[in-house]
Write a protein that binds this ligand. Structure first.
Ligand code: ZN
Length: 275
């Protein structure tokens, strides 16, 4: 069974209940991770995920709340006995450069006495880069995973991409941070689940919705594409009551979208059924 585990549903805003962005897609014991923001490694352990069984980290864009835990993840996975480098998939640009270099500031002696019997002398990251396009293209595949990416609109951050992950006949699309755009529409058409960032348009500056999505715009896209399953994450401002969550729901449903709609929490587990 393919499952989603929402490891981090927050934003850069300090929040004790929501880590930075991180969405795990799991099948059996294997998993891939979209983004690796503040606290995501610890959330993965809390979720019971086996770190050496992580196949790849897919990075959407170079904002700290999406990448800042990457070195911690690579090191902790290595300490857990992973025999191979951590695979990172990223579009050409700053997030790929960061992934390539984020372990460099640790000299070998930083890992003295931490080496397990089956692991190499120090942790390592292998970065698979790709040139992102506005139309979805396959950017990585391995061991039954098929990952496509498309450029999204999170200007001035470039490249920013969304991902579609397919495995075992199921699909999930993770938007990263973006206004609703053609790239996301192309990825999300026909998907079983869309995980999209969402801001409340009544509580954030209008300008921020030029490069982020309002809950209402996500609802409109879901309605247009006749989707059945949408999860709102990267919530701003983060909801802290039932009423706050209902406000996100009401804004998303104003479009007429009547499919399933979920407000994400850290460590939420979600089975992916046929859309
Ligand atoms: Zn961002």
């Amino acid at each position: 069974m393919v499952q989603l585990i929402l490891l981090g549903t927050g934003t850069p805003m300090p929040d004790p209940t929501r880590c930075g962005s991180g969405t795990a897609v799991t099948r059996g014991g294997a998993w891939v991770l979209v983004d690796c923001g503040r606290g995501v490694t610890q959330r993965a352990l809390q979720a019971g995920l086996d770190l050496p069984s992580l196949h790849a980290v897919l990075i959407t864009h170079h904002h700290s709340d999406h990448v800042s835990d990457l070195a911690t993840l690579a090191i902790t996975r290595w300490v857990a006995g992973a025999p191979n480098p951590l695979t990172v998939v990223a579009a050409n640009g700053p997030s790929a450069r960061y992934a390539t270099s984020c372990l460099d500031s640790f000299e070998d002696q930083a890992f003295h006495a931490q080496v397990g019997p089956s692991s190499p002398k120090r942790p390592a990251i292998t970065v698979n880069t790709f040139r992102a396009d506005s139309s979805p293209e396959v950017v990585w595949h391995d061991a039954g995973w098929l990952v496509s990416a498309a450029l999204v609109d999170h200007h001035p951050i470039e490249a920013a991409v969304g991902y579609r992950i397919e495995a075992d006949g199921r699909s999930v699309v993770v938007s990263g941070d973006t206004a609703v755009c053609d790239g996301i529409a192309g990825l999300a058409a026909g998907t079983d689940v869309l995980v999209h960032e969402a801001l409340r348009s009544d509580l954030v500056p209008a300008r921020s919705l030029e490069w982020n999505a309002s809950a209402g715009s996500v609802g409109e896209l879901a309605h247009e594409l006749s989707l059945n399953d949408v999860i709102l994450t990267h919530l701003l401002p983060a909801p802290h009551s039932v009423a706050d969550e209902q406000a996100f729901v009401d804004e998303a449903r104003a479009s007429g979208y009547r499919g399933r709609l979920v407000i994400a929490h850290d460590l939420m587990v979600y089975g992916i059924t046929r859309g």
